[in-house]
Design a protein around this ligand. Sequence first.
Ligand code: ARG
Length: 582
Amino acid sequence: MSADLAQDLEQRIVAAVHAAYGIEITAKEAVIRPAQPGRPGDYQCNAAMPLAKRLGRPSPEVGAAIADRLDLTGLAGRPEVAGPGFLNIVFDAGYLGDHVAALAADEHLGVPRTEPRRVVVDYSSPNMAKEMHVGHLRSTIIGDALVRMLEAVGHEVVRQNHLGDWGTPFGMLVEHLVDEGWTGGGGHTVADLTAFYADARHKFDTDDAFADRSRKRVVALQAGDPTTLALWEELLDESKRHIEAVYELLDVRLTPDDYRGESSYNPRLDEVVADLQQRGLAVDSDGALCVFPPGFAGRDDEPLPLIIRKSGGGYGYDTTDLATLRYRTQELKADDIFYVVGAPQAMHFAMVFAAGREAGWVSDDSRIEHVPFGSVLGSDGRMLRTRAGATVKLTDLLTAAVDRAAAIVAERGQMDPQERAAVARAVGIGAVKYADLSSQREKDYTFDLDRMLAMEGNTAVYLQYAHARIRSMLHKADQTPDQTPASGTPVILDEPAERALALKLAQYPAAVTAAIEAVEPHRLCGYLYELAVLFSTFYQHCPVLTAPTAELRQSRLALSEHTARVLERALGLLGIEAPDRM
Ligand code: ARG
């Protein structure tokens, strides 16, 4: 038996097609899909339509021919052929029950291990000396979930926090530090990075002498002047304290070991440019050195460049990202790379990847992808800002969520203050993360704490309560969470509600796989919500602790425990905690 219900069916369909027409189709061509809610059957086979085209026969006829040759013994009853040749398949309760019992006994709950690959995930990547903004919040949350999902199926993940810690703004920032009396020896703090940056910017725009000093300072920084470097480093240290406070609050798996800022590529830029020149890809254009990756044209059909060396001799974001791609493929030996960065940078990455492929740095079977996401909007439907129009600080946003969650938690459970604080944090942070992950990645969404913390609907707290309620019931049944009473417990599926729950549990592996494949965590969120809703129907209709027979009680406890474990595990994949008590 395979982990995925669809796989068993696929094999049988492949065999039936062979028996009917003497041709070999692939498992994919069996086109097995879970039935849409409200449609008859558990799964549908949609193989007949494409096959009909291929064979030049009417599709209902092909559907009927497959059904005639289909042997589903031990799996399902005789399929019903509908419409243009769909096969509606209803699993035998015995098969489904055994399948679910086997998944429960598996330590990964059926999620298959994949061929391990080394995967670089570029995420968070805020700009130093500026407060992180909501765009970086999205990158951090989505990137962290992606990392956890990839690791869970056995990939080796290399996290890369591509900090914006280099370039012309640092001349101005360092010069501002000097004016503020910093020496580079440590001991200084910046309470408000946003204000600090704004002050420097204001001076730069209004004070010519300062602007002049700033430009000289950039040159000194790039030349490695020790005092300048010391000041720059002191500023970075201070910025890192700010972002680490956010990471800590968010509970994301990013540590200083994962920092590889733009500055770290500085020593390699000459070499990268030389490499591109040697390969004949670098073209002189108005004094600047450019690469024109194929397939990118501007409005007048003019080819678009990546500027690899400015006319003044300096390097910018393009060159750094080329060096980064080269480093990740050649030195980190990444098989795949995901860049979790906002949608506005789509063109930049498409061009960098195309240039990297042209330069031969990327092997053909590598997935090198930009994982874009939409904006976070305020209640006015515009980009999220404070009332004064400034960017919203992440710590303020997250603290507000935890405070709001604390009020909800206080109303409900009876817990000591310490546990209550931990639960409030799990709920508040979980709400923010889940609201982000459950929206379609490329769409904008509105930051609305009321909706994020709603007890009903597709929210983290709804799932967390569902999980805690099951745990408390299991506790009453004298079960401990880590035991797996489910393994070996026969699962009995007589009631429609328990059958529907079991079918959903069996689809957990496919939900994880789909979320990873498309880098779409919202698929997993949608799955979890459906699971929790089905559990609640099951719980209403099927008494567990007071089940009519001992066998049924065991079976229902096993289904409940399995549900709790899927909820906890999957929320964990999204970076969200599932407290046992709430
Ligand atoms: N620091 C950049 C920004 O805030 C994001 C960096 C993304 N990663 C990269 N390799 N360019 O826009």
